[in-house]
Design a protein around this ligand. Sequence first.
Ligand code: P6P
Length: 299
Amino acid sequence: MLFDFLQKQGAPQELAELIVELGRAVEEISGTIIHESTGKAGTKNSFGEEQIAMDVEADKIMARYLSTNPYVAAYCSEEMDAIGKGTPGGIYSVFHDPIDGSSLFDVNFAVGTIIGIYEGAEVLGRTPREQVAALYAVYGPRTTLMVSVGQGVHEFLLTAEGWELQEEALEMKGDKKYFAPGNLRATAERPDYLELVNWYIKEKYTLRYSGGMVPDVNHMFKKGSGVFIYPGMPSAPEGKLRILYECGPMAYLMEQAGGASSNGEVSILDVKITGLTQRSPIYLGTPEEVKRVESFLKQ
Ligand code: P6P
């Protein structure tokens, strides 16, 4: 189902096969999550963030699939210190966050895996607009996959028979008032952000923020409406979320669904990639909602 669908979308055979393999990795992670301990791994990632056992386990699963895939030239994750060598002559580079939201794992909130795919082995100096595909998995009551190969965004459900198409061509065309205000602590340093949050409250917006980017953005795709904000602040001007592993893939999917992305000035897709650990403020949502954030957040 997934392979045939991607081929009908015009994806090259090698890309369709790679995404099917990534679907198998997600399936394995989904099965591991149920039984994996919620304990800490006793290690830190390249961002100095404490890793939980599931971070390390999911990263190992992804590395096992990526390091042996004939189409993968290079790969890297939020948990790795350097780019991993894939297959010489491979076509694609894959960047991923194996478990996004791992700090929510022990409280049994939904978490996810985020993946961005580029052609070529080098990514520095390029932009996330050059991705050829992006996908994320949501590990919630159900495991779902949101995927785009440049022809819109489509949702698959993991069933006993494999990945089944759940919803085709999701679009950010709604006008329901949902907001996901990340990094609320920044309102203490940013009067403009405090003013924006108060505007949402006055306009009776519905709060939908779990602290997990994947379920929070997935909520917007499924409702076709809303806005997700993770701003910077004077003490952390670039915010928290990473260009390669979180912002780039999510912005690609959002814009493929007719939504918008911004770092406060330009589309996330046009931000030049300068490093593996590069972070960015990020606003995602309907074009109207993203424009509103840009108009309020001037700093
Ligand atoms: P905060 C999870 O740790 C994450 O990387 C994203 O999934 C999420 O949007 C953000 O950080 C939450 O950050 O500061 O609210 O804990």
